[in-house]
Design a protein around this ligand. Structure first.
Ligand code: ADP
Ligand code: MG
Length: 224
């Protein structure tokens, strides 16, 4: 599902060059739940950004869902990102002035769907993450765990084959974190969605099929 061949990413900041990824090669199979661990600054988020088409590799080949994401035109990559990739972040990124339902409806509206279809689909998604009774609440009226569930529901809007999660439990207490991890595991098992999750927590890593350790922009080792 995801194939990286000698992927490098160099950021330029004025005269300085920062090598975020220094020749990463790895394969993640369809339906796999892969976990990425490693010290801060080792390139974990950069890898997710490249896989999700938020940024392009400096060199190397990156095949995601049978597409060479580094070489796609901008409009193609926007469509790819919207329909093929779901993102979940540490800081939930919900819009504070919209209710739970409206936050999940948003991607459908942006995609030009009818209001009725958008509402129906968003309601189904909120059911799926166990929040049907929080539809009309604003983010500030909900707990961190509930908000993260909504972010997961929104990420699943277009039934993406790939879900990318960057420290999704980093801002939650451990019990709430576990419920989010179980939800991700359920989504992975239920719909065969391929998941790549970055985490600092050994416990969180236990929810995945395999753990890949990064250090200094390289794959250091792997546990399966
Ligand atoms: N947009 C950027 N511009 C410049 N440097 C960046 C950018 N994004 C990340 N970096 C640098 O690349 C390295 C890897 O960052 P990152 O992938 O965020 O690490 P991690 O997620 O493992 O903590 C770090 O040194 C970071 O400062
Ligand atoms: Mg990071």
């Amino acid at each position: 599902m995801i194939r990286c061949i000698d992927v490098r990413k160099v950021y330029r900041q004025g005269k300085n060059e920062i090598t975020a990824l220094d020749g990463v090669s790895l394969d993640i199979a369809r339906g796999e739940f892969a976990v990425i661990m490693g010290p801060s600054g080792s390139g974990k988020s950069t890898l997710l950004h490249l896989i999700g088409g938020l940024d392009r590799p400096t060199s190397g080949e990156l095949l995601v869902d049978q597409r060479l994401v580094g070489q796609m035109a901008d409009d193609q990559i926007t469509l790819f990102r919207r329909t093929r990739i779901g993102f979940v972040f540490q800081f939930f990124n919900l819009l504070p002035t919209l209710t739970a339902l409206e936050n999940v409806i948003l991607p459908f509206v942006l995609d030009g769907r009818s209001k009725q279809e958008a509402e129906q689909r968003a309601t189904t998604l909120l059911d799926k993450v166990g929040l049907e009774n929080r539809k009309d609440h604003l983010p500030e009226e909900m707990s961190g765990g509930e908000i993260q569930r909504i972010a997961v529901a929104r990420a699943l809007a277009f039934d993406p084959p790939i879900l990318l999660a960057d420290e999704p439990t980093g801002n939650l207490d451990s019990k709430t974190g576990e419920s989010i991890l179980s939800l991700l595991r359920e989504i992975n098992r239920g719909s065969g969605c391929t998941i790549v999750m970055v985490t600092h927590s050994q416990e969180a890593a236990g929810y995945g099929d395999r753990t890949i350790f990064f250090r200094d922009g390289k794959v250091e080792k792997e546990n399966t």
